[in-house]
Write a protein of this length. Structure first.
Length: 177
């Protein structure tokens, strides 16, 4: 009798395993495929991270000491002699050149009187470099356009406020005294 019980028990286990396999089998293939895909993606991510680290080291070595020092405007050399020759090439007076660049006539005078490299503001440097490539006709045209432009209302109001209306300054000073 003990043999029949053991055989019956083994048979029931075998049938249960077979039924379980039929239920689980459709999910096995996709699960195995997903495991392979995940392992492949992990390898790819590791390789890409390694490449990014390598590129970051390369870029860090290429970076200049200061990012602004790389622009062409900073590399351009402005000298007193160059300013004199540029003004003469454009056939402009010192005052006209100053107006075109956006500085005072005194600044242009100081630049031309000096010698060697000039230290000017970035805005002024950009303006000088912008007019380096133009000719005398274009410079005159730009000056004419600047002079034809309407004056700012603020400046006009200041001029009017400085002059008393209706009486002269002499009359105004006599009445206040």
């Amino acid at each position: 009798m003990p043999n029949i019980a053991k055989v019956l028990k083994d048979e029931m286990a075998r049938i249960a395993r077979r039924e379980a396999n039929t239920v689980v089998a459709p999910a096995r293939k996709p699960a195995a495929g997903l495991k392979r895909t995940a392992a492949d993606l992990k390898r790819k991510v590791a390789a890409l991270e390694k490449e990014v680290r390598s590129l970051q080291r390369t870029v860090a070595g290429l970076r200049p000491a200061s990012p602004a020092a790389d622009t062409a405007a900073d590399k351009a050399r402005l000298t007193a002699k160059g300013m004199r020759s540029l003004r003469r090439k454009l056939r402009l007076s010192g005052q006209e050149f100053a107006q075109l660049v956006g500085v005072t006539g005194q600044a242009v005078y100081a630049w031309e009187k000096g010698n060697g490299p000039l230290k000017v503001r970035a805005k002024t440097r950009a303006a000088v470099l912008a007019i380096r490539g133009i000719g005398a006709r274009e410079a005159k045209r730009r000056l004419a356009a600047m002079n034809d432009a309407p004056k700012p209302a603020k400046a006009m109001a200041r001029r009017k406020a400085g002059k008393p209306k209706g009486r002269t300054r002499a009359a105004a000073s006599k009445t206040s005294a």
